[in-house]
Design a protein. Structure first.
Length: 258
């Protein structure tokens, strides 16, 4: 512990598992107070109680980020529990992969409601407090899908491209108010979502091997490695980084494949 995040009061969405939970643990270790949001009430309560029992300065609330009123109430609760939020990590998201012409209206709306509108709901709820408090940091968890296209993954890349657009727009809009807005783009990460993806194939081990083969280093990231990048971007160690996207994919997105 070095106290790199001392004074940070961070709201993290999708905080009960995977990358979100790894970030929460990293933030707490570095002196931040954290408010956890997740729609899985049971999982969130277990994680929240575990961290609180260890003395971590955290509080939590179960809410779906597509619920604008619920998010506003959560931000108000966070202010009472840990203080006015001065850092936000929009981590919650869902994979919606399909052939374009086979994508249903329900899949389209759910993809954009969670991956874009949900992030905007959170930004909109915390920005007034950040501005009034003299500044803050917003970090949107994007994806390499935000600038590369993989066939049969429609409409997910559209939503992530749009998330980068929102990142840049908000960054320029509020730079004069001392609010930095950036994005972090992971590639494959060893989360349950990726394991479920491999398990969707007839031969999961072969699917896993193919994924690892795509990476120059022959492996994929751990949630903790993504959390380290997020920690840096949330900290005051990069005060002039704004409207930027940091790619953490082991070189996946710059290597051509046959």
């Amino acid at each position: 512990m070095t106290g790199r995040l001392a004074g940070k009061r961070i709201l993290v969405t999708g905080a009960a598992q995977g990358i979100g939970l790894a970030m929460v643990r990293a933030f707490v270790r570095e002196g931040a107070s954290v408010f956890l949001l997740d729609r899985d009430e049971e999982l969130l309560a277990g994680v929240g109680d575990e961290l609180a029992g260890q003395g971590a300065p955290i509080a939590y609330r179960a809410v779906d980020i597509t619920d604008e009123q619920g998010i506003a109430q959560a931000v108000s609760q966070a202010a009472s529990a840990i203080g006015e939020i001065n850092a936000l990590v929009n981590n919650a998201g869902i994979n919606v992969f399909a052939e374009p012409l086979q994508t249903t209206n329900e899949e389209w709306h759910r993809c954009f409601d969670v991956n874009l509108k949900g992030a905007w709901n959170c930004c909109k709820a915390v920005l007034p407090g950040m501005i009034a408090g003299g500044g803050g940091v917003i970090l949107n968890i994007a994806s390499t899908h935000a600038f590369t296209i993989i066939p049969h993954t429609f409409p997910y890349p559209l939503a992530k491209h749009a998330l980068l657009g929102m990142t840049k727009s908000l960054a320029l809009e509020y730079a004069g108010r001392n609010v930095r807005v950036n994005a972090l783009a992971p590639g494959y990460v060893s989360t349950q979502k990726v394991i479920d993806y491999w398990n969707s194939f007839p031969d999961p081990e072969a699917a896993k091997a193919q994924t690892l083969k795509l990476h120059p280093g022959g492996r994929i990231a751990t949630p903790e490695e993504i959390a380290l990048a997020a920690l840096f971007m949330i900290s005051d160690e990069c005060p002039f980084m704004n409207a930027a996207c940091l790619t953490v994919d082991g070189g996946l997105s710059v290597q051509q494949h046959p």
